[in-house]
Design a protein. Structure first.
Length: 165
């Protein structure tokens, strides 16, 4: 697959611009893109979505295969490198930034992207000056992992959501 989706891409879409009832075509498009081996995510993102209590939880529960395992040796090794770099970044950040980063899906997403040579899709923005949170793009840059947001993904894959006649 070419693209790995961050939890915020699902959550923001559901909560804002691609509400599941208003724009079901977006969610159908994810299914189609996954079936074509273009997009996926990682198990820890799936776990975050399953922790919710809404229609996104149900949607994710019906699509467990969309969320790739991270137990393979390559991802585990890449995770160790991502975690070590995050620890370096955390030295100049607010207390708890490292624990927050390592406790979520972000390092696994980046590690898996390194191993499968995928682009991370996230709404986080590169900001080397941040002191509050370890950001996905900041870590991706260090490991030469590309990233983009949902809208760039949709343009890249030429997604179209067209009303029926």
């Amino acid at each position: 697959m070419n693209f790995l989706l961050d939890a915020n891409t699902f959550i923001e879409a559901k909560n804002r611009y691609y509400d599941m009832a208003v724009c079901p075509g977006y969610w159908d498009w994810i299914d189609l893109a996954f079936a074509e081996d273009k997009v996926a995510s990682v198990a820890s993102v799936g776990d975050e979505l399953l922790d919710g209590n809404d229609e996104l939880k149900e949607w994710a529960a019906d699509r467990r295969s969309l969320f790739l395992p991270v137990s393979d040796a390559g991802t585990q090794a890449a995770f160790a490198e991502v975690a070590a770099y995050a620890a370096e970044l955390a030295a100049s950040m607010k207390p708890g930034a490292l624990e927050e980063f390592l406790g979520g899906a972000d390092p696994w997403l980046i590690a898996k992207a390194r191993v499968v040579n995928a682009i991370v899709v996230t709404h986080e923005q590169f900001n080397p000056q941040t002191k509050k949170k370890i950001l996905i793009p900041n870590v991706c840059k260090r490991f030469d992992v590309r990233w983009m947001d949902t809208f760039d993904l949709l343009r890249e894959l030429e997604a179209r959501f067209v009303l029926g006649a």
